[in-house]
Design a protein around this ligand. Structure first.
Ligand code: GUN
Length: 294
């Protein structure tokens, strides 16, 4: 039976540490950190994510602002708002919730964010620094996974890590981070994607599997190696007959995999709450390094 990598417990500890730091900041008569979020359109999952970020800010003692635009917003309006947030002395970090509508060039938007306020770690300057093992903001989900591995002292050195999915938010940065000269890191990494041939042959050889596919219950026990470490980043809304009308499903068939794995993340309560906590951590880092925080 696998041990649980409990993101709920670890994220609570991290948020408590952040809250304690914020209380000291306030006791010293300084303003608390401020995170802003830009939300475009009506995507239900995006709205839920952004609302939970606002709630997390309240919990740790940050102030926050939510800037909403209709799905019809123009690229120039969005760029103008980003410039305003870049210049604001009261905002330490901000995120632009992805995905954006088709008329908006996502790369142009991300490039416009001041890297010092890019608490998502999506700007090429931060991404490049991450790849070169320089100090930078790390994207929240990969940062959360690294923190979980570190807290539970999961050995990664020399291990074979198979990552499923090469998104800019999870798979690609994760593939870089697991190969860095660090702990957690020093792994041999295989980054698989939609063109990978015989993905199951790769997964079967993995000591660590990190799946960010968005395909509910894709990973079954017969696909993994005995004692593998299984990290499930998938969170898909699956419609059902419940009051809510849906439940959240991971990429992993937890019930079968937990019998074979050594460590496993549940969904919910695994990577999701870690992502949220690490965004708070990045915002605190942005605040501490900001030239405007006094
Ligand atoms: N959409 C899904 N995950 C994320 C995230 O971590 N940051 C942003 N900005 N958008 C997302």
């Amino acid at each position: 039976m696998a041990n649980i990598l409990n993101g709920l417990i670890v994220s609570k500890e991290i948020k408590q540490e952040i809250r304690a730091e914020v209380q000291k900041i306030i006791a010293n008569k300084r303003r608390p950190p401020h995170l802003a979020a830009i939300l475009v359109g009506n995507n239900a999952a995006s709205k839920a994510y952004v609302n939970s970020k606002v709630k997390d800010c309240e919990e740790v003692g940050f102030t926050s602002s939510l800037v909403k635009f209709p799905a019809t917003v123009s690229e120039s309006e969005l760029l103008e708002k980003i410039q305003e947030l870049n210049k604001s002395k009261k905002i330490d970090g901000f995120i632009v919730q992805l995905p954006l509508p088709a008329q908006i060039d996502q790369e142009k938007i991300i490039m416009a964010i001041d890297p010092r306020k890019d608490v998502d770690g999506f700007h090429p300057e931060n991404f490049g620094k991450m790849a070169l093992e320089m100090d930078s903001f790390l994207p929240a989900t990969p940062f959360g996974i690294l923190t979980l591995l570190e807290k539970y002292q999961i050995e990664t050195q020399g291990k074979h890590c198979v990552i499923i999915g090469r998104s800019r938010i999870v798979g690609r940065p994760m593939s870089i981070l697991m190969g860095r000269k660090d702990f957690p890191g020093n792994a041999t990494v295989t980054l698989t994607h939609s063109y990978t041939k015989d993905i199951e042959a790769h997964i079967k050889k993995a000591d660590i599997v990190i799946t960010a596919l968005g395909d509910p219950y894709f990973l079954k026990a017969d696909m993994i190696k005995e004692n593998a470490v299984i990290i499930d980043v998938g969170i898909t809304r699956v419609e059902d007959n419940s009051e809510k009308g849906y439940h959240l499903a991971g990429d992993v068939d937890f019930d079968s995999c937990q019998k074979k794995a050594s460590w496993i993340t549940p969904v919910p309560g695994g990577v999701g709450p870690m992502t949220r906590a690490m965004l708070m951590k990045n915002t605190l880092i942005a605040y501490k390094t900001s030239v405007y925080n006094d």
